[in-house]
Design a protein around this ligand. Structure first.
Ligand code: FRU
Length: 496
């Protein structure tokens, strides 16, 4: 249909039909990146959850596969993770075949309707054909509910130092850690979080993993925790904690604790549409990256966005890096480098006058629905700078840097269709800066209905949806300050 052509993204994953939310069970094996997802195959809104499945060889083109996990008599299949069990600790493997094991939440609807509190439990399933088909464990659930209503989203990794599996699990407004030697029997280890971070909503979809601090020999652990509502700009968002993990307990780093005292919470993405994101397991050591994908929506309006036949999109896959800057830890995200392989019509210009920019784009005939745009803004003063994408119908999307109020913002309030939900664009989304910016690098990805902004190689990230009445096809960069310059401009159309 017309709407489908208008809004179906070109380089972000969407299911062919019907509803999708969180990414689930991502693992890499033999050249393939697997992505499962919360899926209701019978309608375009949330409903009884299945795990949909998609596979990619390049992290950009994902091909949808048959449904991986269906609800059963224990319950619906909520979010979770998957691991490759090389040592066959689970015993599910056969004849030298390592099983892939999925660990997920069962949500029992009858129990919920009865008003029970123990209707969420954890189950497992295994695959002997690299994630294509799955068998559920006959003795599910493997973790019963201890009397906590929100008890879900197990994310498991192999702890090499302590030779055991570790699970992080969201439990109300904290994270619980469990360990296991066989993925079937789980032992409670510790819990984290009640006094720290943002607590205005339910904690969901944790992910704990080690990272080397860039340009140092230091290792730290990052714990991602999604929360809904009470994100920095409303609704759903993902906060993170930096600290240490000793095989039993996660403790916040002292420096990071000071950062939390200043800001209450630190966010992976300050836009409104990056939720429930977690990382791929089993990325080879020779690669060594931490690869992340998020659900590009927000529970505030996910069910109402004006797409038909399908609903929801994933973010572009991102690489996460931990840096220490001005004595503060920062978890940066940038688009995976695989995206570079799809750049065509790339035009580079060492420097360009702001006024020349739109002409330059026009002659280059760049399609704004598949755009990768990089540039530096230099010699900035205490002024406001705006990057405006718009069209002749008056739809506009504005990325702003205001050195007076010391904010970076994303304004979709006039970006086209916004009135499908009161919660979609009541405000401009903002990030507070610690200092004014004199010089900054911008990377912007535009697809038909999404903008992903990465400032200074992902130190500040904002991801948001928008639904223009007509495609955006004009750009300008403006300011009252007439002396700033645009350097190192790289414009590419992304073609697949
Ligand atoms: C997060 C979430 C998870 C849950 C799933 C249900 O968006 O609420 O906590 O497992 O969605 O679809």
């Amino acid at each position: 249909s017309e709407d489908e052509l208008k809004y179906r993204p070109l380089f972000h994953f969407t299911p062919k039909n019907n509803w999708m939310n969180d990414p689930n069970g991502m693992f890499y094996l033999n050249g393939k990146y697997h992505l499962y997802f919360q899926h209701y195959p019978d309608d375009n809104v949330w409903g009884p959850m299945h795990w949909g499945h998609a596979v990619s060889e390049d992290l950009i083109n994902f091909e949808e596969q048959p449904i991986a996990l269906y609800p059963d008599e224990i319950g619906l299949i909520f979010s979770g993770s998957a691991v490759v069990d090389y040592n066959n600790t689970s015993g599910f493997g056969t004849e030298g075949k390592a099983p892939v094991v999925a660990i997920y939440t069962y949500h029992n609807m009858e129990g919920e309707k009865r008003g029970d509190i123990d209707f969420q439990t954890q189950g497992i399933a295994y695959s002997l054909d690299e994630g294509m088909t799955w068998t559920k464990y006959s003795e599910n659930p493997v973790i019963k509910n201890p009397g906590i209503k929100d008890f879900r989203d197990p994310k498991v990794f192999w702890d090499n130092e302590n030779s055991k599996w570790i699970m992080s699990l969201a439990a109300g407004n904290k994270i619980m850690f469990y360990s296991s030697v066989n993925l079937k029997e789980w032992k409670f280890e510790s819990e984290f979080g009640e006094e720290k971070g943002e607590h205005g909503g339910v904690w969901e979809c944790p992910d704990l993993f080690p990272l080397k601090v860039k340009d140092s020999e230091e290792y730290k652990w990052a714990l991602l925790v999604s929360i809904n509502p009470s994100g920095p700009n409303g609704g759903s968002a993902t906060q993170y904690f930096i600290g240490d993990f000793d095989g039993h307990e996660f403790t916040i780093d002292d420096k990071f604790s000071e950062q939390l005292d200043e800001n209450k919470a630190v966010w992976l993405d300050y836009g409104r549409d990056n939720y429930a994101g977690v990382t791929w397991s089993n990325i080879p050591d020779t690669d060594g990256r931490k690869l992340f994908i998020g659900w590009m929506s927000n529970w505030d309006y996910a069910r109402d966005v004006p797409t038909y036949k399908w609903r929801s999109t994933m973010t572009v896959p991102r690489e996460l890096n931990l840096v220490k800057k001005n004595n503060q830890y920062l978890l940066k995200s940038i688009p995976v480098k695989e995206l570079n392989d799809f750049k065509s019509k790339t035009i580079e210009k060492d420097s360009i006058e702001p006024g020349e920019l739109s002409n330059f784009f026009e002659t280059a005939e760049i399609d704004f629905n598949r755009l990768n745009l990089e540039f530096n803004l230099k010699h900035l003063k205490e002024n406001e700078y705006q990057i405006i994408f718009n069209n002749r119908n008056g739809d506009s999307l504005i990325i702003g840097l205001n050195n007076n109020s010391k904010t970076i913002y994303l304004d979709r309030t006039k970006s086209g269709k916004v009135d499908f939900s009161e919660k979609f664009a009541p405000n401009i989304s903002r990030v507070k800066l610690s200092d004014m910016i004199n010089d900054a690098k911008f990377q912007i990805l535009l697809d038909k209905t999404s903008v992903e902004l990465f400032v200074n190689d992902g130190e500040i990230v904002m991801t948001e949806l928008f639904f223009p009445n007509n495609p955006l096809d004009q750009i300008s960069i403006i300011s009252d300050d007439s002396d700033f310059i645009i350097k190192n401009l790289v414009i590419s159309e992304l073609n697949f």
